[in-house]
Write a protein that binds this ligand. Sequence first.
Ligand code: SAH
Length: 481
Amino acid sequence: MSGKRENVKKNDIFPLTIVDMGVDGEGIGKYEGMTFFVKDALIGDVILARAVKLKKNYGYARVEKITKASSSRVEPKCPLHRQCGGCQIQALEYSEQLRFKEKKVKNNLLRIGEFPEQELDAVMEPIVGMENPYRYRNKAQFPVGYDKNGEIVTGFYAARTHSIIPVEDCLLGVPENQEVLSAVKEWMKTYRIPAYDEKEGTGLVRHILIRYGFSTQEVMVCLIINGDSLPCQKELVEKLQAIEGMTSVCYNVNTERTNVILGQKTECIWGMPYITDSIYLRDTADFKRTETSVSYHISAQSFYQVNPVQTEKLYSTALEYAGLTGKESVWDLYCGIGTISLFLSQRAKQVYGVEIVPQAIEDAKNNAKLNGITNVQFFVGKAEEVLPKFYAGSGDSDEMCHPDVIVVDPPRKGCDEVCLSTMLAMRPKRIVYVSCDSATLARDLRILADGGYELKRVRAFDQFAHSGHVECVTLLQRKNT
Ligand code: SAH
């Protein structure tokens, strides 16, 4: 054990200057040779810190008092931002949030991807931020429970716990959420519908899921219940119908004692079992909407990007990077409900989508039909299994084995190595990598670069203002054509 380590003990209070910020927006400072990570502290803050957890060379601390606030510190709009786990960096001025995210991407590409700084400076384009970094989410999931006085509350789980902080309105969500929450709570009180008790596994209403179509103003409400049927449905529908835009009322059955919100079965009790929304192609020069759009049916259980305005910018950039002229064959790996595939199909000869969740592929096929799109084929399976299978299958067309472009949009853990090596073997002219985690992106880009591809363009997008997350679109081009 180092001598220095013994200087700081749990609950010690000491001065700390925050000189950097970690991947989740936590402040970083040094004291007595140890690095401290401090939640809610911003770069430039001088604070009194309280040590909460100590490791060998580093520790975690909390803000006891801000002695001198960072010049980038602003008054957060949400009074609950410290208790709620959702917005780690709301106290940071929005333009500084963007700089933080851009820097995070660059650092990962430098350190993990080992791309030279000069090369990165030449290919990195400015981060695309939001015009309005509030009320951008099209989906909200509020847990339902009781407060200390036995009153029904809806809200958010406090960070890393399961106690509900009552919230009437979240500033990231649409104002309609508030109306829905009031209506459901009133209905529960009037008809004595019990809220779910997580500890006992009793009670009925667990969560309220609300979806909002930004292009169509359609609203869906889905109650997640701990039971097979919903009582007083007519009365619930009557209340919800009064809310403008209401098009779908559903319930979803989840009787498991789990943290997973949705169960397998959803029943529609009024309106359609989905909402419809459209994603418009934007001109990447100014990100103004064009006339071209693709429509999607989104059911309670579908995965759908939560920030539709930024998604249009993201997809439009991915499409531009793909460099399509109408003659190309394209693979879209990790395609979800086919959002990117259907976008690509408008400019490609043929698109092949791969996704692991069968229900998402069902949605993708239906969405293709909804738009009259016929040049897309969808496959259920793991990208790292489906792709090698087609590559090995001698009977398959050359277009499938040697596509012009491969687009990938994997979850945070990035692409599987087999997937990457098959992509390299297929030798597409271009690879467009869409990523929600720049650390795994950097790791995978290094493999692709070593496999004969040149990093041509990188652009970060802010899909989740006030959180530490950042999305990226990158373009790789094959060196030997
Ligand atoms: N491109 C879509 C979805 C991106 S999210 C969109 O923009 O909406 C990543 C998707 O990858 C999820 O739908 C997830 O179910 C899927 N996925 C996860 N692991 C996978 C794997 N090994 N192979 C194929 N798809 C996978």
